[in-house]
Design a protein around this ligand. Structure first.
Ligand code: SAM
Length: 308
């Protein structure tokens, strides 16, 4: 795709200085690419098209075919707002309001972490294990955020039920909205609460979790797009980033059926300490690598109740 060098303001349909509306959709897209390019966003044209696609709920490429179509005031205002938010540094997924995860298009905003590609592999570990072992009981996703893991398991797996928990009621509201938009025969049960408190009376075949695992210092060094926009509580864990992982490894076994599976996403820099904590808490555990070849998934079975 040829990149645009245009950054001049678009031709105005209206001269209202507070709301200059470009005459055509093509001019609006040209302005957006110029605006994003002017703040150093390299993929300024694809990002403009992506923003256009979500604002207008249309195939972004259709925008190129309809470049001469007149621009409506309402669409322009929403598009310009999204472009400005992106230009000011907001992550593209928040400016768009959506993020892709496996088969799903999920609604995301600043209440939830933007789902990461490596977490797709976490879901795959659970699906592969369930199929190999013929386990179709209840699975819990601890710290569901946008609901990406829980909803993928509901859509792609064959579990009797999925329970999604989070301490953040705000995140849970986003996850529940996402659930309403996803077609699945599997019930997804959303419960607010800490760690295993929401599932204290349920026995599970599998537990999956992508808990906070970044240290406070590491958080300060993250890109502005993450540090200034994504929820700190979704990322940072005390005890050198290991508090959530330790708590989960200490308590999860009480909630698992014999031979059940616990899978955690861990920080690649702290995979070894995570394995150590698992061993000390009676798990037979191993680490698998993500698509970027980083040790990332901690797979655990009760040491005296099955194999990983
Ligand atoms: C790293 S984010 C993961 C979100 C989502 N599962 C994903 O993979 O994108 C961690 C999530 O755990 C939640 N959380 C933090 N502490 C928790 C706790 N003690 N119990 C349950 N959830 C917690 C946060 O609110 C956040 O939504």
């Amino acid at each position: 795709m040829r990149s645009s060098t245009r950054s001049a303001p678009p031709t105005l349909k209206s001269e209202r200085s507070t709301n200059p509306v470009p005459a055509t959709q093509g001019e609006a897209l040209g302005w957006a690419a110029g605006r994003l390019g002017s703040v150093g966003i390299r993929e300024s044209r694809p990002e403009s098209l992506a923003l256009w696609g979500t604002i207008t709920k249309s195939d972004p490429l259709a925008a190129l075919r309809a470049a001469r179509k007149p621009m409506s005031d309402d669409t322009w205002e929403r598009f310009r707002d999204a472009v400005e938010r992106r230009a000011e540094g907001e992550p593209l997924a928040y400016a768009m309001g959506t993020a892709g995860f496996r088969t799903l298009d999920l609604r995301v905003d600043r209440r939830v972490l933007i789902p990461r590609p490596e977490t797709e592999g976490l879901v795959q570990r659970v699906l592969d294990w369930a199929e190999a072992e013929g386990r179709h009981g209840i699975v819990a996703d601890i710290g569901t955020g946008s609901g990406c893991i829980a909803l993928s398991l509901a859509v792609e797996g064959s579990f009797s039920r999925v329970i999604a928990t989070d301490t953040s009621a705000k995140a849970m509201a986003v996850a529940a909205d996402n659930a309403a938009a996803v077609k699945s025969d599997t019930l997804v049960d959303f419960r607010v609460g800490e760690f295993f408190e929401p599932v204290r009376e349920t026995t599970l075949d599998a537990i999956v979790t992508n808990p906070p695992y970044v240290t406070g210092g590491e958080f300060e060094d993250l890109d502005d797009g993450v540090r200034l926009y994504e929820p700190r509580d979704a990322l940072v864990s005390p005890e050198n980033g290991m508090w959530h992982i330790r708590r989960i490894l200490e308590d999860a076994m009480d909630h698992l059926n014999p031979g059940g599976l616990l899978v955690l996403e861990v920080d690649a820099r702290r995979a070894d300490p995570a394995i150590d904590i698992a061993g000390r808490n009676g798990w037979s555990a191993k680490i698998e690598k993500d698509v970027f070849d980083r040790p990332r998934y901690l797979l655990c079975n009760p040491a005296h109740g099955g194999n990983v």
